[in-house]
Design a protein around this ligand. Structure first.
Ligand SMILES: *Cc1c(COP(=O)(O)O)cnc(C)c1O
Length: 411
C-alpha cells in the first residue's frame, strides 16, 4: 500500500491569481464593453533582445550538425556560461568565485524550492512577511514548516516588513536555523542597504544560521550603493546560498535559465555536532542525481547577455520597465497615495487609502478604473492594506491605466 506524503494535505490552496482572474471575469461579464488593463502581471512582456535571439539561432544550427551537436551537458552547466557568470556578475563587483561554485539551472523557482533537501526537516526557518510563496510551501511539503494555526506555521518565524521598519525586517531575537531573504523584494519592490545586509550576515555567522538569498531582481537596481549580491558582504560565503535568474533580468521566463551559487566555504553541521560538512559537494551530488541540465540552447542564450551588445540591450529593456515604474510612482504619489518600491525594482507597493482592505481596494479600482492590481494580503498577513502594481506592462497601457486611476480618484 502506497502511503502519501501527508504534509501535502496541509498546503493552503494558493488561489491568489485564480481568485483575481475570477473577479476580473465577473466584471467583464457584467461590463462587456469594458477594456480592462492589468497592472498585476508578474511576467515580463518585452521580447528577447536581438543578441539573445541570434545566439539561440546559432545554437539551433549547432544542433543540426554532427560536429556541434550537444546531447546531455554537464549537470552543473556548461563551463562557457559558468565562466561568464563568474567574470561578469561577480568579479566585476570584486567577488571572487570559482566556476565550480556556480550551478546553472532551469530558473530560480526550482532551486529555491529544492535547496531544502540539503538540510534536516527539523530546522527552524525564518521568512519575511509578505513573501514569495515558494519559500514557505516548499518547507510545508517536507514537514519543516510544522502545523498551521491562524494562518501561521508553528516552525516558521515571521519577520514583518512594514512601513514602520522601512520594509527591512528586524533581526530575530532568537536563533533561527535558516533564513530566506529576497532583495530587491517581490512583492514590496524595496531594497536592502549594505549596512542592513551586513547585520544579517553577522547574525548568521554568530548563530550558525544558513541564509538563502534570492537575488532574482538584482539587475533592476539603479542606486550605486545597493548590494547586488550578498557576497559583497564580508563573511557571506560562509553562510549564504544565492539564487539568480535570467527570467526578470533578460525576459527568460519562457526560455528557462538561472543559477545558484553554493560557495566552497559554506558548511553546516551534523546532528551530533561533531562534523562540519561543506554544502557545495552535497548540492553537486543532488544535481547530478536529480537534474540533467538546462538545454544547450538556453545556456547559449544566457551567455549572450554578457556580450557588450547583450548587456546594452538587456539594460534597455530593464530601462523600459523602470520608466514605467517611475511614471507610475510619480502619478500615484501626486494623487496622494503612499507608494513604496518601484525605484530599484519593477514592483510598487501601494498603501490602500483610508485603511481599505486589499481585496476591497482591488475591487474598487477594478470597477472604478478598470485597472487590475494584486491584493497585498495574498503574499502574507503583513501585506494587508497594500496592493502590488508591476511595471512589466506595455508603456502605453501603463499610461492609459494611470490616467484612468487619476480620473477615478479625483472623481
Ligand atoms: C520571478 C521570481 C523568481 C524567478 O523564477 P524563475 O523560476 O527563475 O523564472 C525567483 N524569485 C522571485 C522572488 C521571483 O519573483
Amino acid at each position: 500500500m502506497a502511503l502519501i506524503n501527508e504534509h501535502y494535505l496541509k498546503l493552503s490552496k494558493n488561489y491568489l491569481f485564480a481568485d483575481i482572474a475570477k473577479k476580473v471575469n465577473a466584471f467583464k461579464v457584467s461590463h462587456p464593453k469594458s477594456d480592462v488593463i492589468s497592472l498585476g502581471i508578474g511576467d515580463v512582456t518585452r521580447p528577447l533582445c536581438p543578441a539573445v535571439i541570434e545566439a539561440m539561432h546559432k545554437a539551433v544550427d549547432d544542433m543540426s550538425v554532427k560536429e556541434r551537436f550537444h546531447g546531455y551537458g554537464p549537470e552543473q552547466g556548461y563551463l562557457f556560461l559558468r565562466e561568464a557568470i563568474v567574470k561578469h556578475d561577480f568579479l566585476s563587483r570584486g567577488i571572487h568565485l570559482d566556476p565550480s561554485e556556480i550551478f546553472v539551472n532551469d530558473g530560480a523557482k526550482s532551486d529555491t524550492g529544492n535547496i531544502g533537501e540539503l538540510v534536516r526537516w527539523d530546522n527552524s526557518i525564518g521568512v519575511t512577511d509578505p513573501i514569495y510563496p515558494v519559500y514557505i510551501d516548499s518547507n510545508v511539503m517536507c514537514g519543516r514548516a510544522g502545523s498551521q494555526t491562524d494562518g501561521k506555521w508553528s516552525n516558521v518565524t515571521y519577520m514583518p516588513c512594514s512601513e514602520e521598519n522601512g520594509f527591512v525586517p528586524q533581526i530575530p531575537d532568537r536563533r533561527v536555523d535558516i533564513i530566506y531573504l529576497c532583495y530587491p523584494n517581490n512583492p514590496t519592490g524595496t531594497v536592502i542597504s549594505k549596512e542592513e545586509l551586513k547585520k544579517w550576515v553577522n547574525y548568521a555567522l554568530k548563530n550558525d544560521t544558513l541564509i538563502f538569498y534570492d537575488a532574482a531582481y538584482e539587475a533592476y537596481i539603479q542606486d550605486d550603493d545597493i548590494p547586488h549580491s550578498i557576497y559583497e558582504i564580508k563573511g557571506a560565503k560562509k553562510v549564504a546560498i544565492e539564487f539568480h535568474s535570467y527570467s526578470k533580468t533578460a525576459g527568460f521566463t519562457g526560455v528557462r535559465c538561472g543559477y545558484t551559487v553554493v560557495p566552497k566555504e559554506l558548511t553546516a553541521v551534523t546532528l551530533d555536532g561533531k562534523q562540519r560538512v561543506p554544502l557545495n559537494p552535497m548540492w553537486d551530488r543532488r544535481q547530478c542525481t536529480k537534474f540533467n541540465g538546462t538545454s544547450y540552447i538556453s545556456q547559449r542564450a544566457a551567455e549572450a547577455i554578457y556580450t557588450p551588445e547583450g548587456k546594452q540591450q538587456v539594460r534597455e529593456t530593464i530601462q523600459y520597465y523602470m520608466d514605467n515604474a517611475r511614471m507610475m510612482r510619480d502619478t500615484l504619489i501626486r494623487l496622494g497615495l503612499k507608494v513604496y518600491g518601484g525605484e530599484n525594482a519593477p514592483y510598487l507597493w501601494v498603501k490602500t487609502p483610508g485603511g481599505t482592505d486589499s481585496w476591497k481596494f482591488f475591487e474598487q479600482m477594478l470597477y472604478g478604473a478598470q485597472v487590475v492590481c494584486t491584493p497585498g494580503v495574498g503574499f502574507g498577513p503583513s501585506g494587508e492594506g497594500f496592493v502590488r502594481l508591476t511595471s512589466f506592462g506595455n508603456h502605453e497601457d501603463c499610461e492609459r491605466a494611470l490616467s484612468r486611476i487619476s480620473t477615478w480618484m479625483k472623481g
